[in-house]
Design a protein around this ligand. Structure first.
Ligand code: SF4
Length: 341
C-alpha cells in the first residue's frame, strides 16, 4: 500500500453524544458561580466530577477539594459533588455549622428517593454498583439496613435476602448497560420475584454515550476515550468499545498521553469522551490525530440530547439576592475557561 493510499484511508469516527452531561454541567457551574458569588475559597467535598482537568482548573480559581466534611473550617461554604452524599454527611455539615450547596445530580437523587421508598416498604434492595464508588456509598447511606451491594454478575452468588418475594434491584447511574442486564438476569434466576426499578437508574447520558460507541466500535481499529481513570462512565466506554469490536481501546486524560505506537497500522480511530469531560480535551485529541494524518472526521450520532438542569436552590437564591444571573451556560464556556490549564 502506498503512503498516499494510507493517508486516504485514515479517518476518525467521532461519537455524539459525548462529553458533558446535564448533571456534570450543573455541578461545575455551581462551583464557578459559588466562586464568583462568595469569593474564594469555596470548599468542595470530593471531586466535584471525576475529571482531572476540571478539578485542577477549579482549584486554580480558588476551589479547595476535601475528602471529608470535617476538613472544612467551621461556618464555611461546602459544595457536595454530583455523585451525591449519604444523609449522615448532611448531618455532619449541620453539626459543624457549614453552609451547604448540594450539587448532587438530580438523576442520582432520584435513585436515593427510590431507595428510601423501597426501604420504607421494607424491601431488600439489591444495589448494583461498584464497591467504594462515591455514588454507591451515598445511595447505600440512605438505607444501610436494607441495601446490599451487588458488584457485577459474579457477585450474585454471594447475595442473601430476608424474603425472596420482597426484593428489588436499583443501580448506580454510570454502569455498563449490558453488564447490568446480565447481573439482573442472574439475580432473577436466583430470586424470580425480583422487582425492577420504577424507571431506568442508568442515566440517559451513560446510555447514549455507550450507544454511540456500540455503533462505531465494529469499524474501529482503535477507540480513544477521553476521561479520567476514576470516572466510572468513561472506563465503561473503553470496555464497551472492546466488547463491541474495536481492536484496541485506551482511556486518556489528555492528548499528550496518546502513545504514537497505538496508531501503527490503524485506519479508523473512534473518539469519544466520558460525561465529565470538557470538549476542549476532545479537541486536543482531534488535533493530535490530524497531525498524524487523521484529518477526515465523521460524526456518528446515536442520540440527540437537550436536557439541562437548573442550579441547586441554595445558590439560585443567593445569586438572585445578589442580583446575579442564575442561568446555566453551555458547556463550551467551561471549555474556554479550561484553557487556563
Ligand atoms: S452521568 Fe448521569 S447521573 Fe451522572 S451526573 Fe451525568 S446525568 Fe447525572
Amino acid at each position: 500500500m502506498t503512503a498516499m493510499t494510507d493517508q486516504a484511508t485514515k479517518r476518525v469516527l467521532l461519537a455524539a453524544p459525548r462529553g458533558y452531561c446535564a448533571g456534570v454541567d450543573r455541578a461545575v457551574v455551581t462551583v464557578e458561580k459559588a466562586l464568583e458569588l462568595y469569593g474564594p475559597p469555596v470548599y468542595v467535598r470530593k471531586e466535584i466530577v471525576h475529571n482531572k482537568h476540571v478539578v485542577t482548573t477549579l482549584e486554580k480559581r480558588g476551589a479547595i477539594f476535601v475528602e471529608e466534611t470535617d476538613e472544612v473550617p467551621e461556618g464555611a461554604t461546602v459544595i457536595f459533588s454530583a455523585h451525591g452524599v449519604a444523609p449522615v454527611v448532611h448531618e455532619e455539615a449541620k453539626a459543624l455549622g457549614l453552609k451547604t450547596i448540594d450539587a448532587t445530580c438530580p438523576l442520582v437523587t432520584k435513585v436515593h428517593r427510590e431507595a428510601v421508598r423501597f426501604a420504607s416498604d421494607d424491601y431488600d434492595i439489591l444495589l448494583i454498583g461498584h464497591e467504594g464508588h462515591e455514588e454507591v456509598v451515598g445511595t447505600s447511606g440512605e438505607a444501610p439496613e436494607h441495601i446490599t451491594l451487588v458488584d457485577g454478575p459474579d457477585d450474585v452468588a454471594n447475595v442473601e435476602v430476608r424474603d425472596p418475594d420482597k426484593v428489588v434491584w436499583l443501580s448506580q447511574t454510570t454502569l455498563s448497560v449490558d453488564e447490568t442486564m446480565e447481573t439482573v438476569r442472574r439475580l432473577r434466576e436466583k430470586f424470580p420475584s425480583l422487582q425492577d426499578p420504577p424507571s431506568d437508574d442508568i442515566c440517559y447520558a451513560t446510555q447514549n454515550r455507550q450507544l454511540a460507541v456500540k455503533h462505531m466500535a465494529p469499524e474501529c481499529d482503535l477507540m480513544i476515550v477521553v476521561g479520567s481513570r476514576n470516572s466510572s462512565n468513561s472506563v465503561r466506554l473503553v470496555e464497551v468499545a472492546l466488547e463491541h469490536g474495536s481492536k484496541a481501546g485506551h482511556l486518556v486524560d489528555y492528548a499528550e498521553e496518546i502513545d504514537e505506537s497505538w496508531l501503527d497500522g490503524v485506519a479508523t480511530v473512534g473518539v469519544t469522551s466520558g460525561a465529565s469531560v470538557p470538549e476542549i480535551l476532545v479537541r486536543g485529541v482531534l488535533d493530535y490525530l490530524a497531525e498524524h494524518g487523521f484529518e477526515d472526521v465523521k460524526p456518528v450520532v446515536a442520540a440527540e440530547e437537550s436536557l439541562m438542569f437548573s442550579l441547586p436552590n441554595e445558590i439560585r437564591r443567593d445569586l438572585k439576592a445578589a442580583g446575579m444571573s442564575d442561568k446555566m451556560r453551555h458547556d463550551g464556556a467551561f471549555a474556554e475557561a479550561g484553557s487556563l490549564h
